[in-house]
Design a protein around this ligand. Structure first.
Ligand SMILES: NC(=O)c1ccc[n+]([C@@H]2O[C@H](COP(=O)([O-])OP(=O)(O)OC[C@H]3O[C@@H](n4cnc5c(N)ncnc54)[C@H](O)[C@@H]3O)[C@@H](O)[C@H]2O)c1
Ligand SMILES: CC(C)[C@H](C(=O)O)[C@@H](O)C(=O)O
Ligand SMILES: [Mg+2]
Length: 347
């Protein structure tokens, strides 16, 4: 474990600014005194784009690379055309730093509300592929603006890219008590990519005989996430399916305000980036209504990644206790929740 953390902080747009401030507060409260935390804040997002036209330059990437990890709030703003920051900043960064494991845990803590009937046991992890699929920008449009316009967005799936994320998912499943891995795809229709994913999933599975496996089409996965979420332990899936699955997973397990994620580069050649699953939420930005818990739980993932397991455990426990206390109480502001979490973590 390192005795210092050199952290790049990217609050970004909308509620990103609000939730990252609380995430940093809790991080400082959790770290042992002897650990030196150095942070450098970057102004990526809409303001910088409007001021300079830049989203993420080679120089930015070189600077970010020198950090141990990155904490991101969210990017995206109604004043910027859709896709400019999402592709030009967020996906560019995930691809440049080879964040091929997009890790998104879902856990329904005791006492936390869910739209589902009863009190289902929800405790699973989605391993979303982070560098391929329909996200690579492999497409184009012709006859734009005419009635005969044609647009493509071709999904890229490489054996190399699938095998490494599938192996990561098996390894995570093997380390969990239930040791179960579900492949989610749509191999009845997307037969080319689906066949490649399925064959690699089966071949790599031979190295993990103690992990039980199953397969679900992504549409049926939507059913089971609502009717039988307890059937899931680890899910591995492609980039787009993983994006969709994890918003629903968040909605059934405490809400989007508590869903954390890590964009991991397992080889550690590049810094990994931790961020809430949610976006910049323009509808509540500036109102101090955003729940910072997703960012705080992302800080716990960050600490675990850097080897600070005890500190990460303390943060997880603080969020769990805070959520359990919420029922029937008036809603608190972003800062109030952050303060309460920092106080709990500090002990
Ligand atoms: N990682 C990211 O930076 C990221 C992720 C998703 C979306 N985005 C971008 O964010 C912008 C808005 O996207 P969107 O509206 O589809 O998704 P969103 O996640 O920002 O918001 C969806 C809904 O969830 C609510 N919500 C989100 N986070 C919350 C929180 N912490 N506490 C309470 N409520 C919360 C919002 O108020 C909104 O009603 C878009 O520009 C999109 O591209 C960025
Ligand atoms: C903003 C967008 C590029 C991003 C994604 O699709 O990965 C977001 O929805 C997420 O889930 O992190
Ligand atoms: Mg998403």
């Amino acid at each position: 474990m390192s005795r210092s953390i050199n952290l790049a902080v990217i609050p970004g747009d909308g509620i990103g600014q609000e939730v990252v401030a609380e995430g940093l507060k809790v991080l400082s409260a959790a770290l042992p005194q002897e650990t030196k935390l150095e942070t450098k804040e970057y102004d990526f997002g809409a303001r910088r784009y409007h001021a300079t036209g830049q989203t993420l330059t080679d120089q930015d990437l070189a600077e970010l690379k020198a950090h141990d990890a990155i904490l991101l709030g969210a990017i995206g703003d109604p004043s910027v055309p859709s896709g400019v920051l999402e592709r030009g900043f967020l996906l560019k960064l995930r691809f440049a730093f080879d964040h091929y494991v997009n890790l998104r845990p879902s856990k329904l803590f005791p006492g936390v509300g869910t739209p589902l009937a009863g009190s289902p046991e929800i405790d699973f992890v989605v391993v979303r592929e982070g560098t391929e699929g329909p996200y690579t920008g492999n497409g184009g449009a012709i006859r734009t603006g005419t009635p005969h316009e044609v647009a493509t967005e071709v999904s890229l799936n490489t054996a190399y890219g699938i095998e490494r994320v599938v192996r990561d998912a098996y390894t995570r499943a093997q380390a969990r008590p239930r040791k179960k891995l579900t492949l989610v795809h749509k191999n009845n229709v997307l037969v080319h990519a689906g066949s490649l994913w399925t064959r690699i999933f089966e071949a790599v599975g031979k190295e993990f005989p103690d992990v039980s496996t199953d397969y679900l089409h992504v549409d049926a996965t939507m059913i089971f996430l609502v009717t039988q979420p307890e059937r899931f332990d680890v899910i591995v899936t492609d980039n787009l399916f993983g994006d969709i699955v994890t918003d629903l997973a968040a909605a059934v397990s405490g809400g989007i305000g508590v869903a954390a994620s890590g964009n991991i580069n397992p080889s550690r050649e590049f810094p990994s980036m931790f961020e809430p699953v949610h976006g910049s939420a323009p509808d509540i930005a500036g109102l101090s209504k955003a729940d910072p818990s997703a960012t705080v739980l992302s800080v716990a993932l960050l600490l675990r990644h850097l080897g600070y397991d005890a500190e990460a455990d303390r943060i997880d426990a603080a969020v769990q206790a805070d959520l359990a206390e919420r029922a029937g109480k008036p809603a608190r502001s972003t800062v109030e929740i952050g303060d309460a979490l920092a106080a709990r973590v500090a002990g």
